[in-house]
Design a protein around this ligand. Structure first.
Ligand SMILES: C[S@@+](CC[C@H](N)C(=O)[O-])C[C@H]1O[C@@H](n2cnc3c(N)ncnc32)[C@H](O)[C@@H]1O
Length: 498
């Protein structure tokens, strides 16, 4: 629910064997499946790391990587586009695929553009910035088509796959920046790590970030430097400030600032807060999150307020949500509203409907829809998010909605068994998709109205194999929640089979 773990990117080469370990490519792992690939050669092809060859790119895989074939063996290459011819250099050879990087593009696609972010090919999260926006949107429609072709749920070839809804301005949409801070050769850097490395790139400008978050990060960087505040040194595992998190409210423009620290204490915090107050009046709350030691987790368990308000407020579809530093909210406010409106129109609620908001987060979907339904119940595994959801219901004077802590796969069947039968269901699971037990219960109880919001076309297609035993897929609407990245989001309207 939080973005706690750094996202793992790249190819499955992480599964390569360590010395003394066996590499296992049996039924548990198939890189072709990983990339939605139907037809890869398994026969031995003489190829070595470092070898160069020209490659024609046939299409993009679901992670935005180019796919071509060398002697019938599948080759994955980041940073290239369909129909391009590139000279590539092999970086990894595995029994079922080759990974390579581009040396030179011999024939360019008309869809290639110069990325606004000069570092786009170095750090994660900018996989498609070298592609025109219209081609990005077409790719995001194709991602779901690829996944359906792989899993083949009932009737898949006739599904109505709607054109991806994009943004008028596909930049400056990220309302939260969570950037590590390190001193590199005595220069204070605030930015992102190079892909697959631990090398931090200082990033004064990031075009996908809201300018408000970047202004706060860069000003705070300068203040940390000027006041000689202790910065975390990973090699020595010493020092204080590890990460700065700035989150802006789309509605009010207020910014919430959190310092993730290695130490319990925060030497110099009083002077720092005074300087921030003076330089950045938009900052309405400053927090410290304590996360000691070398860890891949960004956030620790303990957060204290150093100064200001406990929350920033965000309005979503006319409802107000109070967000504490750890409370989850989608990063793209504009497209989040598009997703929720799509869910609303697909559900077509009446005041008689009992609605379940499954995988609820802080209740943004259910609470946004509560005045259209009779009653709303939601569940979520993170207790703080459930507290926030119930507080958010109160703030908005919503008396027909309540949220419980627990898994969808346990609470949905429990409520049904207790006689609280859902007329309408919206599920918004993490990338792993729906649990088998939940799918089974949905098929058994068949709520009349059903919308599946997905952020992973692959697990969605897998889940539809089961769900289409009881439902027909009316349409799949892709929404571009993360322009310039390969990430996918979609709303599926399902109708009960008679
Ligand atoms: C994609 S987020 C959606 C959050 C929310 N619906 C929104 O729009 O902001 C998925 C949420 O599901 C929660 N979650 C993960 N596994 C769950 C499970 N088995 N049952 C219920 N919630 C779960 C996560 O903590 C996370 O908040």
């Amino acid at each position: 629910m939080t973005e706690n773990k750094k996202q793992k990117k790249g190819y499955p080469s992480k599964l390569k064997s360590q010395p003394g370990q066996k590499t296992y490519y049996g039924k548990h792992f198939d890189p072709r499946k990983q990339h939605g690939q139907q037809r890869a050669s398994t026969d031995g092809v003489a190829v070595r790391i470092g070898q160069n060859f020209p490659l024609t790119i046939k299409r993009l895989g679901i992670n935005g990587e180019g796919i071509g074939y060398f002697k019938r063996k599948i080759v994955f290459v980041p940073g290239v586009l369909p129909d391009e011819v590139a000279v590539v250099k092999v970086t990894d050879v595995q029994p079922k695929y080759i990974a390579a990087k581009v040396l030179k593009i011999r024939e360019k696609s008309p869809n290639r553009v110069k990325p606004l972010d000069t570092f786009a090919d170095e750090v994660g999260g900018f996989e498609l910035e070298h592609m025109t926006y219209s081609a990005q949107l077409a790719f995001k429609k194709d991602v779901i088509a690829q996944s359906l072709e792989k899993f083949q749920p009932k009737g898949w070839s006739d599904y109505d796959l709607r054109d991806t809804i994009g943004m008028a301005n596909p930049y400056e949409y990220r309302n939260k920046a969570q950037f590590p801070v390190r001193k590199i050769d005595d220069v204070l850097s605030v930015g992102m790590y190079k892909r697959g490395s631990h090398e931090l790139v200082d990033l004064p400008i990031v075009h996908t970030q809201s300018p408000a978050t970047m202004k706060v990060l860069r000003t705070v960087r300068d203040l940390l430097d000027k006041l000689s505040v202790s910065i975390y040194n990973e090699d020595k595992n010493r020092g204080t400030v590890k990460t700065i998190v700035a989150r802006v409210s789309h509605t009010t423009g207020d910014v919430q600032l959190t310092f993730v620290t290695n130490t319990d204490g925060f030497p110099g915090d009083v002077a720092l807060i005074a300087a921030i107050n003076q330089a950045l009046p938009e900052v309405n709350g400053i927090f410290q999150n304590f996360n000691p030691g070398r860890t891949s987790l960004v956030w620790g368990e303990e957060t204290i307020k150093l100064w200001g308000k406990d929350y920033i407020e965000e309005t979503v579809m006319g409802k107000t949500f109070q967000l504490s530093p750890r409370a989850f909210m989608q990063l793209n406010h504009t497209q989040m509203t598009v997703v929720y409106n799509e869910a609303l129109s697909a559900l077509n609620l009446t005041h008689a409907d009992k609605l379940v908001d499954a995988y609820a987060g802080v209740g943004t979907i259910g609470l946004s829809l509560a005045d259209k339904a009779g009653e709303v119940r939601g569940m979520e595994i993170i207790p703080e998010a459930v507290d926030d959801a119930n507080i958010n219901a109160k703030i908005n004077h919503i008396s027909n909605a309540k949220y419980e802590v627990g898994t969808a796969e346990v609470l949905f069947p429990k409520w049904q068994a207790e006689g609280w039968l859902a007329d309408a269901l919206v599920v918004d699971p993490p990338r792993t998709g729906l649990d088998t037990a939940l799918r089974r219960e949905i098929i058994r109880t068949k709520p009349e109205k059903f919308v599946y919001i997905s952020c992973n076309a692959s697990t969605l297609a897998r889940d539809l194999v089961d769900l289409t035993k009881a439902y027909k897929v009316d349409y799949i609407q892709s929404i571009d929640m993360f322009p310039q990245t390969a990430r996918w989001e979609g709303v599926v309207k399902l109708t009960r089979r008679d």
